[in-house]
Write a protein that binds this ligand. Structure first.
Ligand code: FAD
Ligand code: SIN
Length: 519
Protein backbone atom coordinates (compact mmCIF):
# COMPACT_ATOMS: atom_id res chain seq x y z
CA UNK A 1 0.00 0.00 0.00
CA UNK A 2 1.32 3.44 -0.88
CA UNK A 3 1.14 6.17 1.68
CA UNK A 4 -0.89 9.21 0.83
CA UNK A 5 1.70 11.95 0.78
CA UNK A 6 0.71 14.88 2.97
CA UNK A 7 2.90 17.92 2.86
CA UNK A 8 2.14 20.65 5.36
CA UNK A 9 3.95 23.95 5.42
CA UNK A 10 5.29 23.30 8.88
CA UNK A 11 5.79 20.35 11.18
CA UNK A 12 6.31 21.05 14.87
CA UNK A 13 7.60 18.29 17.11
CA UNK A 14 6.69 18.92 20.74
CA UNK A 15 4.04 20.92 22.57
CA UNK A 16 5.96 22.78 25.29
CA UNK A 17 6.70 26.50 25.45
CA UNK A 18 8.96 26.45 22.39
CA UNK A 19 6.70 24.38 20.12
CA UNK A 20 3.63 26.38 21.10
CA UNK A 21 5.26 29.80 20.73
CA UNK A 22 6.41 28.78 17.26
CA UNK A 23 2.90 27.50 16.48
CA UNK A 24 1.20 30.64 17.81
CA UNK A 25 3.16 32.80 15.40
CA UNK A 26 3.44 30.66 12.29
CA UNK A 27 -0.14 29.39 12.29
CA UNK A 28 -1.22 32.93 11.39
CA UNK A 29 0.28 32.41 7.93
CA UNK A 30 0.75 28.72 7.23
CA UNK A 31 -0.81 25.33 7.86
CA UNK A 32 0.82 23.55 10.76
CA UNK A 33 0.95 19.94 11.88
CA UNK A 34 1.98 19.62 15.52
CA UNK A 35 3.06 16.16 16.68
CA UNK A 36 3.55 15.38 20.34
CA UNK A 37 4.27 12.08 21.99
CA UNK A 38 2.01 12.16 25.04
CA UNK A 39 -1.10 14.18 25.84
CA UNK A 40 -0.96 17.60 24.21
CA UNK A 41 -0.28 19.33 27.54
CA UNK A 42 2.47 17.06 28.88
CA UNK A 43 5.90 18.70 28.82
CA UNK A 44 8.61 20.09 31.08
CA UNK A 45 7.00 23.48 30.54
CA UNK A 46 3.90 22.38 32.40
CA UNK A 47 5.88 21.88 35.63
CA UNK A 48 7.84 25.14 35.55
CA UNK A 49 7.42 26.82 38.89
CA UNK A 50 9.72 29.77 39.57
CA UNK A 51 8.98 32.03 36.62
CA UNK A 52 10.40 33.79 33.62
CA UNK A 53 13.17 36.38 33.74
CA UNK A 54 12.98 39.74 31.96
CA UNK A 55 14.06 43.34 32.47
CA UNK A 56 10.75 45.04 33.19
CA UNK A 57 11.50 47.29 36.13
CA UNK A 58 13.13 50.72 36.27
CA UNK A 59 15.47 49.38 38.95
CA UNK A 60 16.83 46.82 36.48
CA UNK A 61 18.81 47.08 33.24
CA UNK A 62 19.67 44.99 30.20
CA UNK A 63 23.33 45.16 31.14
CA UNK A 64 22.65 43.60 34.57
CA UNK A 65 20.59 40.73 33.10
CA UNK A 66 23.28 40.17 30.46
CA UNK A 67 26.03 40.18 33.09
CA UNK A 68 24.16 37.74 35.37
CA UNK A 69 23.54 35.38 32.42
CA UNK A 70 27.20 35.50 31.38
CA UNK A 71 28.40 34.97 34.96
CA UNK A 72 26.13 31.96 35.46
CA UNK A 73 27.30 30.55 32.09
CA UNK A 74 30.86 30.75 33.42
CA UNK A 75 32.44 32.39 30.40
CA UNK A 76 31.03 30.03 27.79
CA UNK A 77 27.89 31.89 26.66
CA UNK A 78 27.50 33.27 23.18
CA UNK A 79 27.36 37.01 23.79
CA UNK A 80 25.29 37.82 20.67
CA UNK A 81 22.64 35.26 21.67
CA UNK A 82 22.55 36.58 25.24
CA UNK A 83 21.99 40.09 23.92
CA UNK A 84 19.08 38.88 21.79
CA UNK A 85 17.62 36.93 24.73
CA UNK A 86 17.70 39.84 27.13
CA UNK A 87 16.71 42.65 24.76
CA UNK A 88 13.80 40.79 23.14
CA UNK A 89 12.48 39.51 26.47
CA UNK A 90 10.15 42.46 27.23
CA UNK A 91 8.45 42.19 23.81
CA UNK A 92 7.80 38.45 24.25
CA UNK A 93 6.52 38.97 27.80
CA UNK A 94 4.16 41.60 26.42
CA UNK A 95 2.98 39.01 23.84
CA UNK A 96 2.37 36.50 26.64
CA UNK A 97 0.37 39.03 28.65
CA UNK A 98 -1.70 39.84 25.53
CA UNK A 99 -2.27 36.12 25.07
CA UNK A 100 -3.72 36.02 28.58
CA UNK A 101 -0.92 35.08 30.98
CA UNK A 102 -1.95 36.72 34.22
CA UNK A 103 1.41 37.28 35.92
CA UNK A 104 1.20 38.08 39.65
CA UNK A 105 0.97 41.77 40.40
CA UNK A 106 1.63 44.02 43.36
CA UNK A 107 -0.97 46.47 42.05
CA UNK A 108 -2.99 46.61 38.83
CA UNK A 109 -0.12 48.43 37.16
CA UNK A 110 2.88 46.78 38.76
CA UNK A 111 4.17 43.27 38.21
CA UNK A 112 5.51 41.35 41.19
CA UNK A 113 9.15 40.27 40.86
CA UNK A 114 10.92 37.50 42.67
CA UNK A 115 14.58 36.58 42.83
CA UNK A 116 16.35 33.35 41.96
CA UNK A 117 19.90 32.02 42.00
CA UNK A 118 22.51 34.02 40.09
CA UNK A 119 20.29 37.09 39.59
CA UNK A 120 21.67 40.31 41.05
CA UNK A 121 18.17 41.58 41.77
CA UNK A 122 14.45 40.84 41.55
CA UNK A 123 13.57 40.23 37.89
CA UNK A 124 11.59 36.98 37.70
CA UNK A 125 7.86 37.28 37.04
CA UNK A 126 5.58 34.40 37.88
CA UNK A 127 2.09 33.02 38.23
CA UNK A 128 2.27 31.66 41.78
CA UNK A 129 4.39 28.53 41.47
CA UNK A 130 2.53 27.42 38.31
CA UNK A 131 4.15 29.73 35.78
CA UNK A 132 4.74 27.07 33.13
CA UNK A 133 1.17 25.85 33.16
CA UNK A 134 -0.16 29.40 32.79
CA UNK A 135 2.14 30.10 29.84
CA UNK A 136 1.37 26.79 28.16
CA UNK A 137 -2.36 27.26 28.42
CA UNK A 138 -2.27 30.85 27.06
CA UNK A 139 -0.09 29.71 24.14
CA UNK A 140 -2.52 26.90 23.31
CA UNK A 141 -5.36 29.42 23.25
CA UNK A 142 -3.41 31.63 20.85
CA UNK A 143 -2.64 29.09 18.13
CA UNK A 144 -4.82 29.70 15.07
CA UNK A 145 -6.93 26.52 15.25
CA UNK A 146 -8.17 26.53 11.64
CA UNK A 147 -4.56 26.19 10.47
CA UNK A 148 -3.55 23.57 13.03
CA UNK A 149 -3.64 19.79 12.97
CA UNK A 150 -2.61 18.09 16.21
CA UNK A 151 -1.42 14.49 16.50
CA UNK A 152 -0.96 13.56 20.14
CA UNK A 153 0.30 10.22 21.47
CA UNK A 154 2.46 10.02 18.37
CA UNK A 155 6.20 9.68 18.85
CA UNK A 156 8.53 11.13 16.26
CA UNK A 157 11.38 8.69 15.75
CA UNK A 158 13.44 10.10 12.91
CA UNK A 159 14.08 13.24 10.94
CA UNK A 160 13.87 12.75 7.18
CA UNK A 161 16.90 14.38 5.64
CA UNK A 162 18.30 14.24 2.13
CA UNK A 163 21.17 16.32 0.73
CA UNK A 164 21.29 18.09 4.10
CA UNK A 165 17.66 19.24 3.71
CA UNK A 166 15.08 18.20 6.29
CA UNK A 167 11.79 17.47 4.58
CA UNK A 168 9.79 15.72 7.26
CA UNK A 169 9.66 13.21 10.07
CA UNK A 170 8.98 9.55 10.68
CA UNK A 171 6.61 8.80 13.52
CA UNK A 172 4.99 5.96 15.37
CA UNK A 173 1.40 6.06 16.61
CA UNK A 174 0.22 4.33 19.76
CA UNK A 175 -0.91 1.25 17.79
CA UNK A 176 2.59 0.83 16.42
CA UNK A 177 1.99 2.16 12.92
CA UNK A 178 4.82 4.03 11.24
CA UNK A 179 3.96 7.14 9.23
CA UNK A 180 5.95 9.70 7.34
CA UNK A 181 4.93 13.35 7.31
CA UNK A 182 6.47 15.92 5.03
CA UNK A 183 6.86 19.65 5.39
CA UNK A 184 8.67 22.64 4.02
CA UNK A 185 10.10 23.38 7.48
CA UNK A 186 10.41 21.29 10.63
CA UNK A 187 10.66 22.80 14.12
CA UNK A 188 12.23 20.46 16.67
CA UNK A 189 11.02 21.33 20.19
CA UNK A 190 11.25 18.05 22.05
CA UNK A 191 12.58 19.40 25.35
CA UNK A 192 15.15 17.86 27.66
CA UNK A 193 16.53 14.56 28.89
CA UNK A 194 16.21 14.43 32.68
CA UNK A 195 15.36 10.73 32.41
CA UNK A 196 19.06 10.09 31.83
CA UNK A 197 19.37 10.16 35.62
CA UNK A 198 17.90 8.24 38.53
CA UNK A 199 17.11 11.53 40.28
CA UNK A 200 15.40 14.15 38.16
CA UNK A 201 12.80 16.88 38.36
CA UNK A 202 11.70 16.08 34.79
CA UNK A 203 8.59 14.09 33.82
CA UNK A 204 8.78 10.73 32.01
CA UNK A 205 8.58 12.28 28.55
CA UNK A 206 12.04 13.85 28.95
CA UNK A 207 13.98 11.07 27.24
CA UNK A 208 16.14 13.18 24.94
CA UNK A 209 14.51 11.98 21.70
CA UNK A 210 15.17 15.21 19.82
CA UNK A 211 18.87 15.25 20.64
CA UNK A 212 19.25 11.73 19.28
CA UNK A 213 17.22 12.39 16.14
CA UNK A 214 19.39 15.41 15.42
CA UNK A 215 22.60 13.45 16.05
CA UNK A 216 21.41 10.66 13.74
CA UNK A 217 20.51 13.20 11.07
CA UNK A 218 24.00 14.69 11.21
CA UNK A 219 23.15 18.04 12.83
CA UNK A 220 25.91 19.78 14.73
CA UNK A 221 25.57 19.49 18.51
CA UNK A 222 27.11 21.72 21.15
CA UNK A 223 27.94 21.68 24.88
CA UNK A 224 26.41 18.25 25.56
CA UNK A 225 28.47 17.78 28.73
CA UNK A 226 26.75 20.67 30.52
CA UNK A 227 23.87 19.21 32.48
CA UNK A 228 22.28 21.30 35.19
CA UNK A 229 21.34 19.80 38.54
CA UNK A 230 18.74 21.72 40.50
CA UNK A 231 19.87 22.06 44.13
CA UNK A 232 16.53 21.56 45.83
CA UNK A 233 14.36 18.61 44.89
CA UNK A 234 12.36 16.91 47.62
CA UNK A 235 14.48 14.11 49.14
CA UNK A 236 12.06 11.89 50.98
CA UNK A 237 12.02 8.09 50.77
CA UNK A 238 9.17 6.95 48.54
CA UNK A 239 8.43 10.44 47.20
CA UNK A 240 9.27 11.67 43.68
CA UNK A 241 12.03 14.26 43.21
CA UNK A 242 9.44 17.02 43.30
CA UNK A 243 11.01 20.42 42.66
CA UNK A 244 11.06 22.97 45.46
CA UNK A 245 11.48 26.16 43.47
CA UNK A 246 14.52 28.37 43.77
CA UNK A 247 12.02 31.20 44.23
CA UNK A 248 11.48 29.77 47.72
CA UNK A 249 15.08 30.77 48.48
CA UNK A 250 14.46 33.99 46.55
CA UNK A 251 11.74 34.77 49.09
CA UNK A 252 14.11 34.18 52.00
CA UNK A 253 14.31 30.42 52.70
CA UNK A 254 17.74 29.22 53.81
CA UNK A 255 19.65 25.95 53.53
CA UNK A 256 20.77 24.10 56.66
CA UNK A 257 22.96 21.02 57.00
CA UNK A 258 22.07 18.02 59.13
CA UNK A 259 23.46 19.79 62.22
CA UNK A 260 20.97 22.58 61.58
CA UNK A 261 23.70 25.05 60.54
CA UNK A 262 23.41 27.45 57.65
CA UNK A 263 26.33 26.79 55.24
CA UNK A 264 25.96 28.55 51.88
CA UNK A 265 27.68 31.74 53.08
CA UNK A 266 30.89 29.63 53.39
CA UNK A 267 30.75 28.71 49.70
CA UNK A 268 29.74 31.89 47.85
CA UNK A 269 29.08 35.56 48.53
CA UNK A 270 25.55 35.21 47.14
CA UNK A 271 24.93 32.39 49.67
CA UNK A 272 21.61 30.56 48.93
CA UNK A 273 21.21 32.65 45.77
CA UNK A 274 24.52 31.72 44.17
CA UNK A 275 24.30 30.16 40.68
CA UNK A 276 22.76 26.70 40.73
CA UNK A 277 25.89 24.67 39.95
CA UNK A 278 27.63 26.19 42.96
CA UNK A 279 24.71 25.55 45.33
CA UNK A 280 24.39 21.95 44.09
CA UNK A 281 28.08 21.21 44.68
CA UNK A 282 27.96 22.86 48.11
CA UNK A 283 25.01 20.64 49.07
CA UNK A 284 26.87 17.53 47.86
CA UNK A 285 29.84 18.55 49.97
CA UNK A 286 27.65 19.00 53.08
CA UNK A 287 25.92 15.66 52.45
CA UNK A 288 29.30 13.94 52.15
CA UNK A 289 30.51 15.48 55.40
CA UNK A 290 27.44 14.27 57.28
CA UNK A 291 26.92 11.00 55.33
CA UNK A 292 23.28 12.04 54.91
CA UNK A 293 21.38 11.99 51.62
CA UNK A 294 19.85 15.42 52.06
CA UNK A 295 20.16 18.86 53.60
CA UNK A 296 17.23 21.01 54.73
CA UNK A 297 15.41 23.96 53.25
CA UNK A 298 14.11 26.20 56.00
CA UNK A 299 11.13 28.44 55.23
CA UNK A 300 9.78 28.47 58.75
CA UNK A 301 10.39 32.20 59.18
CA UNK A 302 7.50 32.76 56.76
CA UNK A 303 3.83 32.75 57.73
CA UNK A 304 1.32 30.09 56.70
CA UNK A 305 -0.61 32.70 54.72
CA UNK A 306 2.48 33.76 52.79
CA UNK A 307 3.64 30.28 51.76
CA UNK A 308 0.15 29.07 50.96
CA UNK A 309 -0.65 32.00 48.68
CA UNK A 310 2.79 32.41 47.10
CA UNK A 311 3.62 28.69 46.68
CA UNK A 312 0.28 26.83 46.52
CA UNK A 313 1.53 23.81 44.54
CA UNK A 314 4.57 23.30 46.75
CA UNK A 315 2.49 23.65 49.93
CA UNK A 316 -0.16 21.21 48.65
CA UNK A 317 2.44 18.65 47.62
CA UNK A 318 4.37 18.84 50.89
CA UNK A 319 1.14 18.47 52.83
CA UNK A 320 0.59 15.13 51.05
CA UNK A 321 3.79 14.03 52.79
CA UNK A 322 2.73 15.37 56.18
CA UNK A 323 4.76 18.58 56.08
CA UNK A 324 3.95 22.25 55.95
CA UNK A 325 6.71 24.54 54.65
CA UNK A 326 5.95 27.18 57.30
CA UNK A 327 6.30 24.58 60.08
CA UNK A 328 8.79 21.95 58.94
CA UNK A 329 12.30 21.82 57.56
CA UNK A 330 12.07 20.31 54.06
CA UNK A 331 14.61 17.56 53.21
CA UNK A 332 16.13 18.42 49.82
CA UNK A 333 18.94 17.24 47.55
CA UNK A 334 20.05 18.00 43.98
CA UNK A 335 18.41 16.31 40.98
CA UNK A 336 19.04 16.44 37.23
CA UNK A 337 17.06 19.35 35.84
CA UNK A 338 18.14 20.83 32.52
CA UNK A 339 20.26 20.19 29.40
CA UNK A 340 22.34 23.31 28.74
CA UNK A 341 23.71 21.95 25.45
CA UNK A 342 21.89 20.59 22.44
CA UNK A 343 21.32 21.04 18.74
CA UNK A 344 23.41 23.99 17.66
CA UNK A 345 21.34 26.87 16.27
CA UNK A 346 21.97 30.40 15.16
CA UNK A 347 19.96 33.30 16.61
CA UNK A 348 17.09 32.47 14.22
CA UNK A 349 16.75 28.90 15.40
CA UNK A 350 18.39 27.48 12.27
CA UNK A 351 20.34 24.25 12.73
CA UNK A 352 23.11 23.10 10.43
CA UNK A 353 20.50 21.17 8.42
CA UNK A 354 18.44 23.25 5.99
CA UNK A 355 14.75 23.42 6.82
CA UNK A 356 15.36 22.10 10.32
CA UNK A 357 14.86 24.58 13.14
CA UNK A 358 15.27 23.80 16.83
CA UNK A 359 14.09 25.67 19.89
CA UNK A 360 13.69 25.38 23.65
CA UNK A 361 15.63 22.90 25.73
CA UNK A 362 16.67 20.66 22.83
CA UNK A 363 18.45 23.59 21.18
CA UNK A 364 21.78 25.14 22.02
CA UNK A 365 21.40 28.80 21.12
CA UNK A 366 24.48 29.59 23.19
CA UNK A 367 22.66 31.61 25.86
CA UNK A 368 23.36 29.23 28.74
CA UNK A 369 27.04 28.44 28.22
CA UNK A 370 28.19 26.08 30.95
CA UNK A 371 25.27 26.72 33.30
CA UNK A 372 21.82 28.25 32.79
CA UNK A 373 20.72 31.26 34.80
CA UNK A 374 17.47 30.52 36.64
CA UNK A 375 14.26 31.30 34.75
CA UNK A 376 16.13 31.95 31.50
CA UNK A 377 14.80 28.73 29.97
CA UNK A 378 11.16 29.64 29.46
CA UNK A 379 12.49 32.94 28.21
CA UNK A 380 14.88 31.31 25.75
CA UNK A 381 12.03 29.07 24.55
CA UNK A 382 9.70 31.95 23.71
CA UNK A 383 12.30 34.43 22.40
CA UNK A 384 14.06 32.04 20.03
CA UNK A 385 10.96 30.09 18.97
CA UNK A 386 9.42 33.38 17.91
CA UNK A 387 12.54 34.30 15.92
CA UNK A 388 12.59 30.83 14.34
CA UNK A 389 8.94 31.23 13.31
CA UNK A 390 9.68 34.59 11.66
CA UNK A 391 12.60 33.02 9.80
CA UNK A 392 10.68 29.87 8.81
CA UNK A 393 7.80 31.97 7.52
CA UNK A 394 10.20 33.80 5.22
CA UNK A 395 11.86 30.55 4.12
CA UNK A 396 8.54 28.97 3.22
CA UNK A 397 7.45 32.00 1.21
CA UNK A 398 10.66 32.04 -0.82
CA UNK A 399 11.22 28.31 -1.20
CA UNK A 400 11.76 27.48 -4.89
CA UNK A 401 8.64 25.85 -6.32
CA UNK A 402 10.58 22.71 -7.32
CA UNK A 403 12.08 22.03 -3.83
CA UNK A 404 9.83 19.03 -3.30
CA UNK A 405 10.63 17.45 -6.67
CA UNK A 406 14.20 16.67 -5.60
CA UNK A 407 13.04 14.74 -2.56
CA UNK A 408 9.81 13.13 -3.72
CA UNK A 409 11.16 10.02 -5.51
CA UNK A 410 12.66 8.70 -2.29
CA UNK A 411 9.73 9.31 0.00
CA UNK A 412 6.95 8.08 -2.34
CA UNK A 413 7.92 4.50 -1.61
CA UNK A 414 7.27 4.72 2.12
CA UNK A 415 4.69 2.16 3.18
CA UNK A 416 2.47 2.49 6.20
CA UNK A 417 3.52 -0.46 8.27
CA UNK A 418 2.79 -1.89 11.67
CA UNK A 419 5.94 -2.61 13.58
CA UNK A 420 6.56 -5.47 15.91
CA UNK A 421 5.84 -4.46 19.52
CA UNK A 422 7.86 -6.93 21.56
CA UNK A 423 6.82 -7.00 25.20
CA UNK A 424 9.87 -7.37 27.38
CA UNK A 425 9.07 -4.45 29.63
CA UNK A 426 10.49 -5.93 32.81
CA UNK A 427 13.93 -6.39 31.30
CA UNK A 428 13.70 -2.95 29.72
CA UNK A 429 12.83 -1.39 33.09
CA UNK A 430 15.82 -3.14 34.68
CA UNK A 431 18.17 -1.79 32.00
CA UNK A 432 16.65 1.66 32.25
CA UNK A 433 17.29 1.71 35.98
CA UNK A 434 20.89 0.60 35.40
CA UNK A 435 21.43 3.38 32.89
CA UNK A 436 19.93 6.03 35.15
CA UNK A 437 21.96 4.92 38.16
CA UNK A 438 25.16 4.70 36.07
CA UNK A 439 24.73 8.23 34.79
CA UNK A 440 23.90 9.55 38.26
CA UNK A 441 27.03 7.98 39.70
CA UNK A 442 29.53 8.66 36.93
CA UNK A 443 28.26 11.61 34.93
CA UNK A 444 26.57 13.62 37.67
CA UNK A 445 27.44 16.65 39.76
CA UNK A 446 31.03 15.61 40.58
CA UNK A 447 32.87 13.74 37.82
CA UNK A 448 36.33 12.19 37.49
CA UNK A 449 38.34 10.84 34.56
CA UNK A 450 38.17 7.28 35.83
CA UNK A 451 34.47 7.57 36.62
CA UNK A 452 33.60 8.96 33.20
CA UNK A 453 35.49 6.12 31.47
CA UNK A 454 33.89 3.51 33.71
CA UNK A 455 30.47 5.07 33.16
CA UNK A 456 30.87 4.92 29.39
CA UNK A 457 31.97 1.27 29.59
CA UNK A 458 28.86 0.47 31.61
CA UNK A 459 26.62 2.29 29.14
CA UNK A 460 28.19 0.29 26.29
CA UNK A 461 27.54 -2.87 28.26
CA UNK A 462 23.91 -1.84 28.80
CA UNK A 463 23.64 -1.37 25.04
CA UNK A 464 24.92 -4.94 24.47
CA UNK A 465 22.32 -6.31 26.87
CA UNK A 466 19.64 -4.18 25.25
CA UNK A 467 20.49 -5.64 21.85
CA UNK A 468 20.63 -9.15 23.28
CA UNK A 469 16.99 -8.91 24.35
CA UNK A 470 16.01 -7.49 20.95
CA UNK A 471 15.45 -3.99 22.33
CA UNK A 472 16.88 -2.30 19.24
CA UNK A 473 14.28 -4.04 17.06
CA UNK A 474 11.32 -3.26 19.29
CA UNK A 475 8.98 -0.34 18.77
CA UNK A 476 7.70 -0.46 22.33
CA UNK A 477 7.75 3.07 23.74
CA UNK A 478 10.01 1.97 26.60
CA UNK A 479 12.49 0.40 24.19
CA UNK A 480 12.58 3.50 22.03
CA UNK A 481 13.12 5.70 25.10
CA UNK A 482 15.93 3.47 26.34
CA UNK A 483 17.56 3.33 22.91
CA UNK A 484 17.57 7.12 22.85
CA UNK A 485 18.95 7.43 26.38
CA UNK A 486 21.75 4.95 25.57
CA UNK A 487 22.67 6.83 22.40
CA UNK A 488 22.53 10.17 24.18
CA UNK A 489 24.72 8.92 27.02
CA UNK A 490 27.22 7.70 24.44
CA UNK A 491 27.33 11.24 23.14
CA UNK A 492 27.61 12.98 26.53
CA UNK A 493 30.46 10.93 28.08
CA UNK A 494 32.98 11.65 25.31
CA UNK A 495 32.04 15.35 25.46
CA UNK A 496 32.64 15.32 29.23
CA UNK A 497 35.88 13.33 28.95
CA UNK A 498 37.36 15.74 26.44
CA UNK A 499 36.51 18.95 28.33
CA UNK A 500 39.66 19.57 30.34
CA UNK A 501 38.79 22.90 32.00
CA UNK A 502 36.02 22.82 34.56
CA UNK A 503 33.25 25.29 33.91
CA UNK A 504 29.73 25.72 35.26
CA UNK A 505 27.92 22.41 35.56
CA UNK A 506 30.92 20.34 34.40
CA UNK A 507 33.11 19.58 37.40
CA UNK A 508 35.80 16.93 37.01
CA UNK A 509 38.04 16.41 40.05
CA UNK A 510 40.91 15.44 37.73
CA UNK A 511 40.85 18.73 35.84
CA UNK A 512 43.28 21.05 37.55
CA UNK A 513 42.35 24.15 35.60
CA UNK A 514 39.14 25.84 36.64
CA UNK A 515 37.18 28.68 35.13
CA UNK A 516 37.36 31.52 37.66
CA UNK A 517 33.72 31.10 38.75
CA UNK A 518 34.06 27.37 39.45
CA UNK A 519 34.47 26.29 43.09
P1 FAD B 1 9.09 20.83 26.87
O1 FAD B 1 8.25 21.79 27.58
O2 FAD B 1 9.70 19.75 27.65
O3 FAD B 1 8.23 20.19 25.70
C1 FAD B 1 8.75 19.14 24.92
C2 FAD B 1 7.61 18.52 24.14
O4 FAD B 1 8.12 17.61 23.18
C3 FAD B 1 6.62 17.75 24.98
O5 FAD B 1 5.34 18.05 24.53
C4 FAD B 1 6.98 16.28 24.68
O6 FAD B 1 5.91 15.39 24.84
C5 FAD B 1 7.37 16.40 23.22
N1 FAD B 1 8.23 15.33 22.72
C6 FAD B 1 9.40 14.89 23.25
N2 FAD B 1 9.90 13.90 22.48
C7 FAD B 1 9.03 13.72 21.46
C8 FAD B 1 8.99 12.83 20.34
N3 FAD B 1 9.94 11.92 20.14
N4 FAD B 1 7.94 12.91 19.50
C9 FAD B 1 6.94 13.81 19.69
N5 FAD B 1 6.93 14.67 20.74
C10 FAD B 1 7.97 14.63 21.60
N6 FAD B 1 12.48 27.11 33.36
C11 FAD B 1 12.27 28.42 33.62
O7 FAD B 1 12.69 29.28 32.84
N7 FAD B 1 11.58 28.80 34.73
C12 FAD B 1 11.09 27.92 35.62
O8 FAD B 1 10.46 28.30 36.59
C13 FAD B 1 11.33 26.54 35.39
N8 FAD B 1 10.88 25.60 36.29
C14 FAD B 1 11.03 24.27 35.98
C15 FAD B 1 10.50 23.32 36.83
C16 FAD B 1 10.58 21.97 36.52
C17 FAD B 1 10.01 20.94 37.45
C18 FAD B 1 11.21 21.57 35.32
C19 FAD B 1 11.31 20.13 34.96
C20 FAD B 1 11.76 22.52 34.48
C21 FAD B 1 11.68 23.87 34.79
N9 FAD B 1 12.22 24.83 33.95
C22 FAD B 1 12.01 26.17 34.22
C23 FAD B 1 12.81 24.47 32.68
C24 FAD B 1 11.77 24.69 31.57
O9 FAD B 1 10.50 24.33 32.05
C25 FAD B 1 12.05 23.88 30.34
O10 FAD B 1 13.39 23.94 29.99
C26 FAD B 1 11.23 24.44 29.18
O11 FAD B 1 9.88 24.45 29.56
C27 FAD B 1 11.45 23.60 27.96
O12 FAD B 1 10.45 23.88 27.02
P2 FAD B 1 10.46 23.07 25.65
O13 FAD B 1 9.30 23.58 24.86
O14 FAD B 1 11.80 23.12 25.06
O15 FAD B 1 10.26 21.55 26.08
C1 SIN C 1 12.71 26.80 39.90
O1 SIN C 1 11.57 27.22 40.06
O2 SIN C 1 13.55 26.70 40.79
C2 SIN C 1 13.13 26.38 38.53
C3 SIN C 1 13.53 27.56 37.78
C4 SIN C 1 14.32 27.20 36.55
O3 SIN C 1 14.57 26.03 36.28
O4 SIN C 1 14.73 28.13 35.88
Amino acid sequence: MKNKITVSDVLIVGSGAAGLMFAAHISKYHNVHLITKDTATESNTRYAQGGIAAVLSIDDSYSKHIEDTLNAGDGLCDVESVNVLVKEAPARIFDLICMGVDFDRLTDNALQFTREGGHSGRRVIHVGDMTGQAIESALWDSVRKENLKISDHRMVTRLLVKKNVCYGVESLDRDGFVHHFYAKSVFLATGGAGQLFSKTTNPEIATGDGFVMAIEAGAEMKNMEFIQFHPTALALAGAPCFLISEAVRGEGAILRNSQGNRFMQDYHEMAELAPRDIVSRAIVSEMEKSSEDHVFLDMTAKSHDFVESRFPTITRTLREYGMHPADNLIPVAPAAHYMCGGVKTDIDGRTTIQGLYAGGEVACTGVHGANRLASNSLLESVVFAYRAAVNADRRIRYLPSDWWENLKPVVEQTPSQRTDQKENTQQLSGLMQMLQETNWRYCGIIRSDQGLCEGLDRINDIEKRFRAIGGHESSHVKALALANLIRLSQNIYPAAITRRVNAGTHFNTDCVEQNPGNI
